[in-house]
Design a protein around this ligand. Structure first.
Ligand code: 5AD
Ligand code: SF4
Length: 436
């Protein structure tokens, strides 16, 4: 019998991309994956709720799915992810288009909900927590780079963030599962492993057995033969000397760190409930820079948090300048339902928030360009992703720092590690020639 077809539209973060791959894996017995939404029998939107913009994006996307449902009355539309968790029932009440809603920890229930929907013709909603997702054949997008979630949920309580409520309490995956998954990936030819968690630095809490994140890296290092290990996201409050030590010593761990500062003002950091001061953040950064000279450091920054005075904003501006980030993700504060910051006084007018946003954006663009230019003349190791999308004469890959390099090679080196001499830098990437 011919399999039905599944399509997934993924919004939001890397954890969502990983969840989508996992969801597709759980359904492989009944569904074949398709990139073409118009031929799907089951179409899932994996949603993000981190800012209100992400939510608007989802509702406008739903509008574009209407014609698909009109053309194929058997099409089943599912909503997964953080908005599914946040709104549950409300989504099927508001949107008759949606047939199934399943939350961030009910992904493995998709097939049960599908069956119930087919039997009853009534929309199905499951936002329960509890199910584990292990040992399914993950359907991965890439044959070279793999996401490996090492934990679920979030145990922090940043006052602006909806994630602890949409993704539930923090829970680490057992180390044996992770080591097995990584060895299998290496055997299949994967060359890059990105470990995912809302706060990888608290990996192991609650597992028993005394393993922590640096310990996990130490055990993974010998398994990740000829491969690169990265991880996101690190919380500055938990960034230990032991992790810096592991990053320095372990050859498979990349000199790359995403370490969100959020704000440079101690007053705002306190209101955000981040658990560190700007001094403590820079103590970590200085140590990292000293121990890992070619480190690529990236960050998340929020402007316009309630109560952010001109002075607080200047502190953030100076912090971004001082940190000399390779890049940042910059956001305007967006009030989220049921978060402590939602009710804080001192909301910043949209126009002022936009001005602050633009100033930091301009600053970071300059810094990024300068840092990229600093690579000119150097010889770097590049893991080749494939032909360049812009210029098919060239190949495209990334350095251990995750910087994109387009280079002339005359041959297809996809999936290989090559050395490239950097000749030119652009706004977002580097250019060079392969070295023989
Ligand atoms: N408003 C703006 N940005 C937010 N982030 C999380 N919650 C909010 C919010 N309510 C940002 C943080 C986080 C990143 C994933 O999204 O910077 O690190
Ligand atoms: Fe990812 Fe957070 Fe968005 Fe959920 S709300 S998809 S965890 S960025």
């Amino acid at each position: 019998m011919e399999k039905k077809k599944l399509a997934i539209i993924t919004l939001g973060c890397q954890m969502n991309k990983s969840d989508s791959e996992w969801l597709a894996g759980t359904l492989t017995e009944e569904y074949e994956y398709t990139e073409d939404k118009t031929e799907a029998d089951f179409l899932v939107v994996n949603t993000c709720a981190v800012r209100d913009k992400a939510e608007h994006k989802f509702f406008s996307l739903l509008g574009t799915l209407r014609p698909l449902k009109a053309a194929n009355k058997n099409l089943v539309i599912g909503v997964a992810g953080c908005m599914a968790q946040e709104h549950g029932e409300m989504i099927v009440q508001r949107e008759p288009l949606v047939d199934i809603v399943f939350g961030t920890r009910a992904l493995d229930k998709a097939h049960i909900l599908l069956r119930k929907f087919e039997e009853t013709g009534r929309p199905q909603v499951d936002t329960s927590y509890g199910s584990e997702y292990e040992d399914f054949p993950v359907r991965r997008e890439s044959a070279l780079s793999a996401w490996v979630p090492i934990m679920r949920g979030c145990g922090n309580h940043c006052s602006y963030c909806i994630v602890p409520s949409t993704r539930g309490p923090e829970q680490s995956r057992p180390i044996s599962n992770l080591l097995n998954e990584v060895s299998a990936l290496i055997a299949q030819g994967y060359r890059e492993i990105t470990l995912l968690g809302q706060n990888v630095n608290s990996y192991g809490v609650g597992l028993g057995g005394g393993v922590d994140f640096p310990g996990l890296l130490r055990q993974m290092n010998p398994i990740a033969v000829d491969a690169r290990i990265r991880f996101v996201t690190s919380h500055p409050k938990d960034l230990s000397d032991s992790l810096i030590g592991a990053m320095t010593e372990l050859e498979s761990v990349c000199p790359y760190l995403h370490l969100p500062i959020q704000s440079g003002s101690d007053k705002i950091l306190e209101l955000m409930k981040r658990g560190y001061t700007a001094d403590r953040y820079f103590d970590r950064v200085d140590k990292l820079r000293e121990r890992i000279p070619d480190l690529s450091l990236t960050s998340d920054v929020i402007v316009g948090f309630p109560g952010e005075s001109d002075e607080d904003f200047e502190a953030t501006f100076r912090a971004v300048e001082r940190a000399n980030y390779d890049n940042i993700f910059l956001f305007k504060y967006s009030p989220r339902p049921n978060t402590p910051a939602e009710n804080l006084p001192g909301r910043i007018p949209a126009k002022l928030a936009q001005e602050r946003f633009d100033r930091v954006m301009t600053l970071q663009k300059e810094i990024t360009a300068k840092r990229l230019a600093g690579w000119i003349g150097r010889d770097v190791e590049v893991l080749v992703d494939g032909p360049s999308k812009r210029d098919t004469e060239k190949m495209c890959g990334r350095t251990p720092q995750n910087i994109v390099v387009n280079f002339t090679s005359g041959e297809d080196f996809t999936g290989r590690l090559v050395r490239v001499k950097i000749t030119k830098s652009g706004q977002f990437s580097l250019h060079g020639d392969i070295l023989r």
